[in-house]
Design a protein around this ligand. Structure first.
Ligand code: TYD
Length: 221
């Protein structure tokens, strides 16, 4: 059986990651892999209810962080870990880096506390009870907050996060940069200011370079 693969997609609102997740799912499908497509906040019935609250109900930053990790716990136990144990590819639209970026860098929740929650919530997965579940790869769609804001302005009614000013997203982007600096091997930074086709090609190239799409004698994960 093939090893499970856990890939997450991150970036500020308006970075344009969503369409690329679908395209990558198709590429993995074409390579013969079973794909679980999921998202955070959300991914289980319980976590989807928490998502609704997070995106629309006024609350303080620490409450946001606690709800994000509560949903993550359920998501890991009910969806992500079982899929990885079956050897599937799990593509997740946002994960813990978003909590560090939005609640930590964006809203000022202490990074040490987020780290503790990360270790508790993501512990004990796989075969090693001491291990912490982290993505095998995080694709960070990086774009200037002004560019993202212009894209969002053309879209639907904003939720609590999308309604934030450019300054907030500058801090969030700084949070992502910090997370990448702390774990460079896990991240691929994608310049998301470019045309959609170029971004799509780079997403595939980043994954293919790791030998995960099969063919061409690549090393299978
Ligand atoms: P997003 O993933 O952009 O979904 P959509 O494309 O449907 O808008 O929206 C999720 C929002 O939740 C986004 O603004 C980031 C925010 N968020 C947090 O603040 N903390 C978290 O831990 C996560 C996972 C997301």
């Amino acid at each position: 059986m093939q090893h499970g693969l856990f890939i997450t997609f991150e970036g500020i609102d308006g970075a344009g990651k969503s369409s690329h997740i679908e395209a990558l799912a198709q590429a993995f499908g074409a390579a013969g892999r079973t794909v679980t497509l999921t998202r955070e906040p959300g991914g289980t019935p319980l976590a989807e209810r928490l998502r609704e609250l997070l995106l629309h109900q006024p609350m303080d930053a620490l409450t946001e962080a606690l709800l994000a990790f509560a949903g993550r716990r359920d998501h890991l136990r009910c969806v992500i870990e079982p899929a990885l144990a079956r050897g599937e590819v799990v593509l997740c639209d946002r994960f813990t880096d978003a909590t560090f970026a939005y609640q930590g860098a964006g809203r000022g929740v202490d990074a040490g506390l987020l780290s503790q929650l990360e270790h508790t919530v993501q512990a004990g997965s796989g075969q090693n009870p001491d291990s912490v579940r982290n993505p095998d790869l995080t694709l960070w769609f990086d774009v200037a907050p002004e560019v993202a804001a212009a894209r969002l302005a053309a879209a639907r009614a904003p939720d609590r996060f999308e309604a934030q000013p450019v300054e907030f997203f500058r801090r969030v982007a700084g949070g992502y940069a910090q997370r990448m600096a702390e774990a460079p091997a896990r991240f691929a930074r994608i310049d998301a200011a470019r045309a959609r086709e170029q971004v799509a090609a780079e997403v595939l190239a980043q994954v293919a370079a790791r030998g995960w799409l099969g063919g061409g004698g690549g090393v299978h994960g």
